[in-house]
Design a protein around this ligand. Structure first.
Ligand code: ZN
Ligand code: ZN
Length: 413
């Protein structure tokens, strides 16, 4: 069903079509209120960055007009139209095809992330997955094998099922419904299977006292070159030793490439080139800010390619169990791409976690040590960039990126 949006372009707020359209929109808003009875205001001034009560949204739209670039009402219940490609309506299948194109011909080096712990996605693994989008769960079933597993895993996570309960349900379903015998038999197997879509991480050992990472020039050391503490919990153990501290690093290059390889996300990545706020003195997205304009002026080559990525970086410590007496802290370092409109780039699903430092003691000011892999990767992205497949135009381009740092907590080089 298409929604009539023509009223949003009418300039005269006394026009009867405008009033009818606006009233219908306000009624629509009432279905998408948060717990305070508010939803985001799409007026030109707020651009969906402010939450208001419906009656105030109405006043805003009358006074300021409707934001013209807000054409898909994502904040007000409208889902973006899935692109019609590959003659199939199965989004999982489209996604896999997109990922398949991500691999660039003659691609020499994957940046700083050729560690064995990450990226077990191989071409054959991906083909298996694509096959499973065509495999019936049982003869005549509506869901494919992959859809079934994706949905079941999602329900598990949403409801915090235990692994045992997942395994037991799966076993029962297999027995009672004569499910396809290629189906994974347990959560562990399912996870291994689904991981082929994911991007993995790098595990980097760290000094117990946060002085260094066992990375690059230090990667083979057994003791910290600064405080001489052992890298291991118990160095006398024969066989596989357990490291004192581990940094989990999620390389950003493959993640950025993926934003372009999926046509669900690629089309929003050039929004910043057209989405500026044209009202003098107003700012509702970093694109309207002085820092952005300064970069545009200073780095003309970078600016010319609209597909280059503008990253925002923020970090803070938090206590995952909400109990401040609990000494266990997490230090997430979060990136978001400011290429997309505010209503996308600030969404939880657009925030990329780049590193997770876990341990009983927060790294405090020493967080800098842990940022090294990220800084190294950002340097490559800024100076050389990486060849990236753009699924909107079906072309390859050299993607570069810069980062705006949130200096509150970081003292980054
Ligand atoms: Zn408003
Ligand atoms: Zn040390």
């Amino acid at each position: 069903m298409t929604i009539d949006k023509r009223w949003t372009t009418i300039r005269h707020s006394f026009n009867p079509d405008f009033i009818i359209g606006l009233n219908a929109f306000i009624e629509r808003c009432k279905n998408y209120l948060d717990s305070h009875g508010k939803c985001s205001c799409p007026c030109k001034h707020c651009g969906n960055t402010v939450f208001l009560k419906p009656k105030h949204i109405k006043d805003h739209i009358i006074k300021n007009g409707f934001e013209p670039s807000y054409t898909i009402w994502r904040h007000h219940g409208e889902l973006p139209q899935p692109p019609e490609v590959h003659n199939t309506m199965d989004p999982l299948r489209n996604l896999l095809h997109d990922i398949q194109l991500e691999e660039v011909p003659n691609f020499e080096e994957e940046g700083p992330n050729d560690d064995e712990t990450m990226n077990d996605m191989t071409a054959t693994g991906l083909e298996d997955l694509i096959d499973s989008t065509q495999t019936e769960l049982y003869p005549g079933s509506k869901l494919s094998l992959l859809e079934f597993l994706a949905k079941l895993t999602h329900i598990k996570v949403l409801n915090e099922w235990t692994i045992t309960s997942f395994d037991q349900l799966l076993e029962l379903l297999i027995q009672s419904h004569h499910l396809n015998n290629t189906i994974p038999k347990s959560f562990y197997e399912t996870k291994k299977w689904m991981r082929k879509i994911g991007l993995g991480y790098q595990a980097i050992h760290a000094c117990k006292n946060d002085y260094c990472l066992f990375y690059k020039e230090y990667q083979d050391l057994e003791n910290c070159p600064i405080c001489n503490e052992s890298r291991w919990k118990d160095e006398r153990i024969m066989g596989k030793k357990v490291p004192n501290k581990v940094l989990r690093y999620f390389p950003i290059t493959p993640r950025l490439k993926r934003l372009y390889s999926s046509r669900y996300t690629a089309k929003d990545m050039t929004w910043h080139a057209t989405g500026q706020c044209n009202e003098e003195g107003k700012m509702r997205h970093p694109v309207d800010g002085r820092a952005w304009k300064e970069i545009d002026k200073r780095y003309l080559d970078f600016t010319r390619e609209h597909r280059n990525v503008r990253l925002g970086l923020a970090a803070d410590g938090f206590n995952p169990f909400g109990n401040m007496n609990n000494p266990y802290n997490m230090w997430p370092v979060i990136l978001t791409t400011y290429n997309t409109p505010s209503w996308i780039c600030m969404k939880e699903s657009s925030l990329m976690s780049t590193l997770l430092i876990s341990g009983p003691k927060s790294p405090g000011k020493d967080v800098d040590v842990y940022l090294r892999p990220l800084v190294d990767e950002l340097k490559i992205l800024w100076s050389e960039g990486v060849v990236t497949h753009d699924s909107v135009t079906n072309t390859y381009f050299q993607m570069k990126s810069n980062a705006y740092l949130d200096h509150k907590r970081l003292s980054c080089p």
